[in-house]
Write a protein that binds this ligand. Sequence first.
Ligand SMILES: C[S@@+](CC[C@H](N)C(=O)[O-])C[C@H]1O[C@@H](n2cnc3c(N)ncnc32)[C@H](O)[C@@H]1O
Length: 415
Amino acid sequence: MGESFQVRPRQLVAGGAAIGTDPDGRVVLVEGALPGELVAVEPSRSSARMVVASVTHIVEPAASRVAPVCPAVAKGCGGCDLPYADPTALPGFKVEIVRDALRHLGGRRTEAVFVGDALASWGYRTTVRAIVDDRGVAGFRRSKSHTPVAPDRCGVAHPLVDEVLTTGRFPGAAQVTIRAGLVDGSRLVVVEPTEGSSPEAVLSDVVVPSDVVVVGSDGVVRGTDGERGVIRERVGGRDWRISALSFFQTRPDGAESLVATVSAAVERLCGHGADRRGRLIDAYCGVGLLAGSLRTAGWEGPIAGIERSPDACDDAAVNLRHDDVEIVAGDVATTTLGSASVVVADPSRSGLGREAVDRLAATGAEGIVLVSCDAASLGRDTALLSAGGFDHQDSTLVDMFPHTHHVEVVSSFTR
Ligand SMILES: C[S@@+](CC[C@H](N)C(=O)[O-])C[C@H]1O[C@@H](n2cnc3c(N)ncnc32)[C@H](O)[C@@H]1O
């Protein structure tokens, strides 16, 4: 611990901290501050060039600092890490997070980072992962701690999910994932037992509204002999089957916006010489959302989707049965992808990494549309793609996660 001092951070950076400079000219990373406000901080770690600190007192609040609206924050819930930031100002801060990551990790200084459609700030999440306390009540971690806090109401959960979260009881569970499909109101909960608990006993003790399907961590519905839990969602005018363990975007309006942003990026690549009668690869295709939507949007050539989750591959086979899409079960980093005119890649939080970038580059694609759900991994992947011969063109923020520092970014790269 060092001595307390005051700092006025200039912007947020990847991870959600605010960055500023201390009186000795060192970089300061402040947790709990917003750009432009003057805060008193207490250092928790420091080196010759850098200080990590937490806010002890807000001396001059930023205009973007608001009183948190969600009732769960007053109970100490840390599920959303920026509940005190004005939701209308936050997308602008996230643009700076993305620019900073592109510059410092990707070696790309650019103004071409844009904000996409405005999405609802409340009641939007149709998938929520929660921890369970020793009473069997679901909740989220207290800010900067591992202690669970059970909200009476979660402001960001869709009401169909919020009801299960706040009224369900899950004795013996460590974590639960609650999901709803808005097309038909289908709901399920995936229950992960604590270490040492019997999975059957934990599943049978779950108490939830009668329509909610209870699923084990193997994806199988409670009391059946292997029946799979699924929800259904509608995006892009099409219905999607999503198995309990398959990935889907956390909100259907966000998925809609993502599809439109990716389609527009692919369209621009076609304007720059990519051939829409060529092959398109949807790497990390999940249940087939982007591959199917791009087919609907008019991609004429062959499409292949690569996905390593067996459940998601099964869903994609069902969802894309009329789209003439080849589903390849495998790891993008180790699968021979063949040639492509355009690649769309939507990896998990850790990003593409070197092996996958090498695989994508080997397709000979004219352009790549990269969907990143982490600013730092976007920065790292931009550097790898650049070394592989792809120039970053632009990035668009799809603001899926209000009240948090989390980003979803669609970026295009051309060879
Ligand atoms: C962020 S999701 C995107 C899914 C899809 N694009 C969508 O929007 O619904 C990432 C997907 O990649 C899959 N995945 C993660 N790592 C993978 C890998 N190394 N190779 C292939 N698939 C992977 C996950 O199972 C998940 O379905």
